[in-house]
Design a protein around this ligand. Sequence first.
Ligand code: GZL
Length: 384
Amino acid sequence: MKKKLLAAILASTMVLGLTACGGQAAAPAAAPAAEAAPAEEAPAEEAKEEEAPAEEAPAEEATEEAAEPAAASGELINVGFAQVGHESDWRTASTKSCQDVFSEANGYNLSFVDCDNDSAAQLEAVRSFIEQDVDYIIIDPIVSTGWDTVLTECEDAGIPVIVIDRTIDDSDKYVSWVGSDFLTEGKAAGEWLKAYAAKQGISEINYLIIQGTTGSSAQIGRTDGFREIAKAEGWNELDAQTGDFTEAGGQEVMESFCKSYAGKFNVVICENDNEAFGAMTAMDNAGVKYGPGNDVILISYDACTAGLKEVQAGKITADFECNPLAAPTVEKVIQTLQSGGTPEAQILVPDNWYALKDQIVDFSVDGNKQSMTEVTDAVIEAQY
Ligand code: GZL
């Protein structure tokens, strides 16, 4: 409780500016830090358990008092992590990254909950962390709304919240967000397709989208970003349905698309690699030829190791990465809080765009020239 209360007092001394991000940000505006109840207003049980902090201790004294990071004092820092689920290779990498970083050897006690893509279970997990009186809560939100009530409970409990990956769009009661710009990912896919189609002499684009989990910021950003380019180019969207970021979902939707739009589509966009794997199975079964030099251009997101192997195999034509390895950056946020510093309100992790040599083209996103990475054995070996 002591570490948490001190961290909360620290958090309340933080001044977080809103971080504009050139209009591209899928990331939220910064959140005021979790406000700590001033000592004199702290609930009775808090005052009772902790030696009462100086009545009117000015912020700087509280800051000095908390200068001792818990790990340095030998105590473990208690972190609760409410993870989306285990639906994809990307998620597996994200979970492993957090478990590797927030280990006991590194000075942490990690309470991990796999919420199995169930939003109610995720809210329950966060409330269990409050009951456990953890020092920090990390959330990768399954969907972007329905969060303000439980984040208010975290704030009232004086527990700083760090959001990773997907965004929370109906509350700003968290300290930092660490993740990728999904809108830019979608625009990059659209702008690449525009340049690639021009190079290939493809004049008509009739596309299908297999979307991610409905209402997740990753799905919203990728869909909106791609559609912005598609609309400007006059491309024809035949259909869009959710595959829930799973291989089974991707296969089921693509089977339906192959029946409904046989011979009518020349581009399929899958909003993650696992959906692309499922779509490939469905197209194979339906006799649809996809990949460079074939009838259908297959675009994917995530660029996990298995996805890049399918790029190398000439199946996925271009893969737009979403970096899952946020944990090292999240740890820096926690250590900054522990030592009385002010973490950035939003921290974008870098993404790369991948293709084979012949599918690499020059394009820009919002006037910013993009570079693409050629998929090679070494690139695949180094991927997450
Ligand atoms: C994106 C992440 C998405 C991945 C999927 O940041 O939330 O969820 O694209 C994962 O693979 O299921």
